[in-house]
Design a protein around this ligand. Structure first.
Ligand code: FES
Length: 330
């Protein structure tokens, strides 16, 4: 674990201010807390400042302290404690946080660090030549069961080998980070055993057990039933919520224009018979969830709003996308 200090003065900007959108967001965030407890918004505000500038500057810390009427030292304590906050400029495409705590270390994190050293920079917290990548070693990130693992911004990539990490770094360097599925990089669903569940494998909607008979004179029947929540159902290709696929048409849409879809994900969508923006635009909640689970995306389809993106692209291509989102599709 490295000592966490603010960046040198010569890289610190003189001032910080939230842009208009973030300023409005920050005011709403502060209002979520009871009167007199507004300081609880310190973490969300610092995170928003980091998302705006790419790292947490001294000026941002002072600004947040002022907004929350807190002594600057209290905000500084928070920013320097959590490794989620970057205190100096990091790679614009990826800052790779390698967990080096015992379970990850026993499962190969030292080799992951060597990959970062060879592909990014020998020293942590140093940018690669193009300024797009950086790395650091951090303490446990809470995914020990899938060790070894890394975190890039808010996403974790687990069950890594040095070779897989090299591929992931290459994808981020090429600007295709969104195409890398988050979570386990092997045949594992979330933190279930590798290869599939080994217990609680009764997939009926609910398993019923009998409770002891009710005491005499009590209301109701002498026995009762209690539903036990079934384990999450594995994603099935024959599930009714799977979006309807079509035969590959002569002309297919470029699904990669949807933010979150890279070449690999586009190939998987094609395998599912999804070739057009109109198909994605027509997905209902259940279908989005099915695809999200199938890709092990943990809600990313909703977060990236694939449906709205596809609607715009289906309606008027890039021009409509720019009209709706104020920027070009990726
Ligand atoms: S030890 Fe690496 S995630 Fe916990």
């Amino acid at each position: 674990m490295s000592v966490r200090r603010l960046a040198e003065d010569n890289v610190q900007p003189a001032t910080f201010a939230f842009n208009r959108e973030n300023s409005a967001w920050a005011k709403l965030a502060i209002k979520k807390y009871p009167k007199g407890r507004e300081q609880s918004a310190v973490i969300p505000l610092l995170m928003r400042a980091q998302e705006q500038d790419g790292w947490v500057t001294k000026a941002a810390i002072e600004h947040v302290a002022e907004m929350l009427d807190m002594p600057m030292i209290r905000v500084l304590e928070v920013a320097t404690f959590y490794t989620q906050f970057q205190l100096k400029p990091v790679g614009t495409r990826a800052h790779i946080q390698v967990c080096g705590t015992t379970p990850c270390m026993l499962r190969g994190s030292e080799d992951l660090k060597k990959v970062c050293q060879s592909k990014i920079h020998h020293e942590q917290f140093h940018l690669n030549e193009s300024g797009t990548l950086s790395w650091e070693e951090v303490e446990c990130l809470g995914a020990c069961v899938n060790a070894p693992m890394i975190m890039v911004f808010k996403d974790t990539y687990e069950d890594l080998t040095p070779e897989r990490l090299e591929e992931i770094i290459d994808a981020f360097e090429a600007g295709n980070g969104a195409s890398v599925p988050v979570g386990p990089q092997i045949d594992r669903h979330f933190s279930a055993p590798q290869g599939g569940p080994t217990s609680l494998i009764d997939t009926t909607a609910a398993r019923m057990i009998k409770n002891p008979p009710l005491a005499e004179g009590s209301l109701g029947e002498k026995t009762d039933v209690q539903a036990i929540k079934a384990p999450a159902k594995a994603v099935s290709l024959t599930d009714a919520n799977r979006p309807v696929g079509i035969e590959k048409p002569a002309v297919v849409d470029d699904l990669k224009l949807i933010s979150g879809v890279g070449p690999k994900i586009e190939g998987i969508l094609h395998d599912l018979g999804i070739f057009s923006y109109a198909q994605v635009a027509a997905w209902k909640q259940a279908e989005c969830e099915w695809v999200d689970n199938y890709l092990n995306f943990k809600g990313r389809i909703e977060r990236d709003d694939w449906v709205k993106q596809a609607e715009a692209l289906a309606k008027g291509g890039e021009a409509e996308y720019i009209k709706v989102f104020g920027k070009k599709p990726r």
